[in-house]
Design a protein around this ligand. Structure first.
Ligand SMILES: [Mg+2]
Length: 118
């Protein structure tokens, strides 16, 4: 079973991830901020991370940088609201990004694709 770590400051989004990815047989780990994300990354050794960019305190870009200092390999998908950050996404060390939406199909596909590459 693949373990996924989702990092998002919004509780409703975390719960959505938990339910939808849990239903699909993934082991879901949640973090509500950057500090917690780094702790859970170290404690649970996830196969892939999905990180919200916009969070109070440490933002998703900073979380990604810290994760990359520890692991060059673990796949990371960044989540952004529509139109934000587009110009910079390719310069960051993420493997992919998604525009946030209530429809998770795109995210499901990207997660599956990245995990199958490992
Ligand atoms: Mg957010």
């Amino acid at each position: 079973m693949s373990r996924l770590l989702f990092v998002d400051d919004e509780e409703s989004i975390r719960l959505l991830y938990k339910e939808e990815f849990g239903d699909r047989g993934y082991d879901v780990v949640l973090a509500s901020n950057g500090e917690e994300a780094l702790e859970k990354f170290a404690a649970t050794d996830p196969d892939l991370l999905v990180i919200d960019i916009k969070m109070p305190g440490m933002d998703g870009i900073e979380v990604l940088k810290r994760i990359r200092e520890q692991s060059r390999k673990v796949p990371v998908i960044l989540c952004t609201a529509y139109g934000e950050y587009k110009q910079n996404l390719e310069t960051w060390a993420s493997d992919d990004y998604v525009v946030k939406s209530a429809n998770l199909e795109t995210l499901f596909r990207k997660v599956e694709r990245l995990l199958s590459r490992k």
